[in-house]
Ligand binder design. Structure first.
Ligand code: SAM
Length: 263
C-alpha cells in the first residue's frame, strides 16, 4: 500500500506514521508514505495558500490552485490516478468496513484540509471519497488521515506480525471484543475469570462470545441488531432476560433485547 498525503503539515504526518507498528511496516517496505507540502505550490511563492471566503464569514479557505498543482504534480510523478480521500466532517463516517474496502487499493491519496476548509471547486475536480472520522470538528485533516491510514494498514498483509494478526477484533463480526486479561492471576484482589485458566478451549470460546454479546448490548446495541446470531447466542441472550434482576441490564436494555429476540 502506498500512501500519499497532501498536507500543510508534513512533519505531523511523518512523525505520527513513522512510529510503532506502522513505522516498522514502512521501514520493512510493506507500506510507503509520501507527504506533499501544499505550501510548496503557493501561487505567491511565499507559502501562502489561503484566502478570504467569498460572501464573507469568519476564517480562511484553502485555495483551489495550490492543491490542484500539488495533486497534478503527484499523479504525473507516480503515473497513476489513485482514489483521493478528502477528510471532512461532512463525509461518510469511517468504519471497519470502509477500512477493509480501502485496504484493497494499491495507492491512496489523502487531502487534509485546514482553517474553514477547502475551495469547493478543487474538491469537485480531484476528490473521489469524502470521509469523516466522526461527528465532531477538528482543526485539520492530518489526525483523521492518520486514523484512517493506521486502521487500513492493519489489513495490509505483512503489517501485523503473526502474533498481532489473526486475532478476534472488535467489529470483525459486528460485535465488540470480549475483555482481555494478562498476568498476574490475582491483581490487587481482582481475579482473572476462572474459565480462562481452565484450558478448555470450547468453554473459553463460548465465554468470550457471550462477553462480546453482553458488551455490545451494553455499549453499542445498534450493532447487535445487525449482527448474525446463532442458536447459542440467542440462548445466552435469552438467559439474560430470564435472570431476574441479576444480569446487570437496565429495564431499557431488557426491553431492547426482548424486542430483538422476538424476531
Ligand atoms: N468548516 C468545515 C465544516 O464545517 O465542515 C470544518 C473545517 S475544519 C475546522 C478544518 C479541516 O479539518 C477540514 O477541512 C477537514 O480536513 C478536517 N476535519 C475536521 N473535522 C474532521 C472530521 N470529523 N473528520 C475528518 N476531517 C475533519
Amino acid at each position: 500500500m502506498n500512501y500519499y498525503v497532501l498536507t500543510l503539515f508534513p512533519e505531523m504526518i511523518e512523525n505520527g506514521m513513522n512510529t510503532s507498528i506502522i513505522g516498522r511496516a514502512i521501514a520493512g517496505g510493506y507500506l510507503s508514505l509520501e507527504t506533499v507540502n501544499i505550501r510548496d505550490y503557493s501561487l505567491t511563492g511565499n507559502g501562502r495558500i489561503d484566502d478570504y471566503p467569498y460572501g464573507g464569514g469568519a476564517g480562511m479557505v484553502m485555495q483551489a490552485e495550490p492543491i490542484f498543482r500539488a495533486y497534478e504534480d503527484l499523479i504525473r510523478r507516480i503515473e497513476k490516478k489513485p482514489r483521493v480521500v478528502y477528510l471532512t466532517p461532512q463525509g461518510r463516517v469511517f468504519d471497519q468496513r470502509m477500512a477493509e474496502e480501502l485496504a484493497r487499493e494499491e495507492d491512496l491519496v489523502f487531502l487534509c484540509g485546514h482553517y474553514e476548509g477547502v475551495d469547493e471547486r478543487v474538491l469537485e475536480e480531484i476528490v473521489t471519497d469524502h470521509v469523516s472520522i466522526g461527528d465532531y470538528v477538528l482543526t485539520g485533516g492530518e489526525l483523521p488521515a492518520m486514523v484512517m491510514m493506521d486502521s487500513i494498514s492493519r489489513m495490509v498483509p505483512g503489517v501485523l506480525s503473526n502474533q498481532e494478526s489473526g486475532q478476534y477484533e472488535s467489529f470483525q463480526d459486528g460485535l465488540l471484543e470480549y475483555p482481555q486479561y494478562s498476568r498476574p492471576e490475582d491483581w490487587r484482589g481482582k481475579q482473572v475469570p476462572p474459565v480462562l485458566l481452565s484450558g478448555h478451549h470450547g468453554n473459553v470460546d463460548r465465554w468470550r462470545r457471550d462477553q462480546s454479546l453482553f458488551r455490545t448490548l451494553k455499549n453499542r446495541p445498534e450493532l447487535l441488531a445487525h449482527a448474525e446470531l446463532d442458536k447459542k447466542d440467542r440462548r445466552y441472550l435469552q438467559s439474560l432476560l430470564d435472570e431476574e434482576g441479576s444480569s446487570g441490564l437496565t429495564a431499557e436494555e431488557k426491553k431492547f433485547l426482548a424486542k430483538l429476540l422476538a424476531f
